[in-house]
Design a protein. Sequence first.
Length: 437
Amino acid sequence: MDYLKSAPAIAPLPEEQVASAYRKFRIQVFVSVYFGYAFFYLIRKNLSIALPAMMDSLQLSKTQMGVILSLFGATYALAKLVNGPLCDRSNPRYFMAFALFGAAVVSILFGLSSSILFFGIFWIMNGYFQSMGSPIGPKTMANWFSAKERGRFYSIWNTCHNIGSFAIVLAGGFIVERMGWRFGFFLPAGLCLLGALMVAWKMQDRPESVGLPPIQVYHGDVVKNTVMDTNESAKELFQKYVLRNSRIWLLAFSCMLIYMVRYGLGDWGVTYLTEVKKISISSGGVKSSFLELMAIPGTILAGFIADKFFPKKNLAVALIYIIGVIASIFFIYYLPENAGIWDGVAFGMAGFFIYGAQMVCTGLGPLALVPRRAVATAVGLTGAMSYIGTFLTSIISGWISDHWGWTSTFIFWIACALIALLILIPLVIMKNTKESY
């Protein structure tokens, strides 16, 4: 698999061609990595749309399908530990194309299956291939965009998974309703096979591989190795600033609980609407798609509010947003059966607040609680705990709904959000740990 190795540097382009080549390749690379990662979500969120039809056709329980969903989260979290370092040593052009191709093939195999055993095997495989796609965006941002502009471009790129999720949730219901649940896996997989070809054709590795200077040199950035600025080893950084840091652990548990709400509502929203509101899968898909659509302005606005009004207390924004999350869940639950467009409004409101709170807690939160040189380590912990939440909520939500009904499931989601809120309060009140270093 030598083709996955990082591309070698080639002879530098003439200086007069550098500026125009950089503009061309940056647009090309950004579009490729944006839509490339959005494609992954077409064959990641499609199961949520197919769930009602699958359970009805194959006589499967919500508990059984909850286990399948949870296997994805567990595999994804563990595989990221392997594929993150592997991605660092690989050519993202072919690494992403290979991962997208593999996930598409697995989606086709999933659609051909009827056994709960094979559903589990193929969804585990999907989780692995999906984890290969996740580190490519940050790596590409670091290779092609300077430190001064990286935040802006990264925040734009970070909306791609919402675009992919919105597209499949919106269209997937119509596909499943008119063609059957299996085509909810076949058609998105076909698009992803084309997407893999697009990535392999247009994506690039790093500027040096196309004859351009490194972005730090081109933009005149000062490159610093924050870990090497100290005598502390990576192990010491973890032990001192993360393992023994009660505030980071509180934040990590809060992230876990927010993810439990996000994936609980995201994975089971269509099933809830079809069972309780007695609407079609296509209508349920349209209404629940607003969860992903409104996540985009919610995330962007949360970052703006944090910078503008709470520059030293970013987590205060998460408190505000989690209150909105709780209100949104109540709103969804108490809407009458014939609520019409208000179901979509309620799901959009939930997406607005859930994703904003998630961005603040997982992205901005660690920056305020540890020194810069330990931020990556802290983010690793919050990320791992987040996907533990994904694993737990998939099983628990399905099991509660099977045994105690949807009312108890909503109580569970509200409890998760409320506990996350209570955990964050002392973190907001206390002085930022970072200020003492």
